[in-house]
Design a protein around this ligand. Structure first.
Ligand SMILES: [Zn+2]
Length: 133
């Protein structure tokens, strides 16, 4: 992992509206959020890169019983970024009770918001959010 790509820097980038990743010098794949090695080949020759804030909704679930401090129902989605990595976050601005599989495959804009800390998190963090494009 590049020294300049860690969870703290990733969080700071999200707060500034940028989605950062690491690009692999061996295979060219992008990996985000930060982890120790390339998600595809396991390579460690990586450097910091910024990736596109657009993606495709691949799947989702509706949470009806959430952790303390949340207000279900809400949608947790998996999005394939334009650069390849899949990321998880909340799909906003859509009624969970009035949606279905028809939204799978739709284009989304990727952003983030502050998620309140709870009994499992020491502090507030930036959490990925998606909106249909
Ligand atoms: Zn690689």
């Amino acid at each position: 992992m590049p020294a300049d790509f860690n969870f703290k820097n990733y969080q700071e980038s999200l707060a500034e509206g940028r989605l950062t990743a690491m690009i692999c010098g061996k295979c060219g794949a992008y990996t985000t959020p930060p982890q120790g090695v390339c998600r595809l080949c396991g390579g460690t020759d990586t450097r910091l890169a910024e990736i596109d804030n657009k993606g495709t909704l691949r799947t989702f679930t509706i949470v009806r019983v959430g952790p303390e401090g949340t207000k279900p129902p809400y949608i947790v989605a998996l999005v394939e970024t334009k650069n390849g990595p899949w990321v998880m976050g909340n799909l906003l601005n859509i009624d969970p009770e009035r949606t279905g599989p028809e939204i799978i495959g739709k284009s989304v804009d990727i952003s983030s918001r502050v998620a309140q800390g709870d009994i499992y998190a020491i502090e507030n963090i930036q959490s990925l959010t998606f909106t249909l494009a």
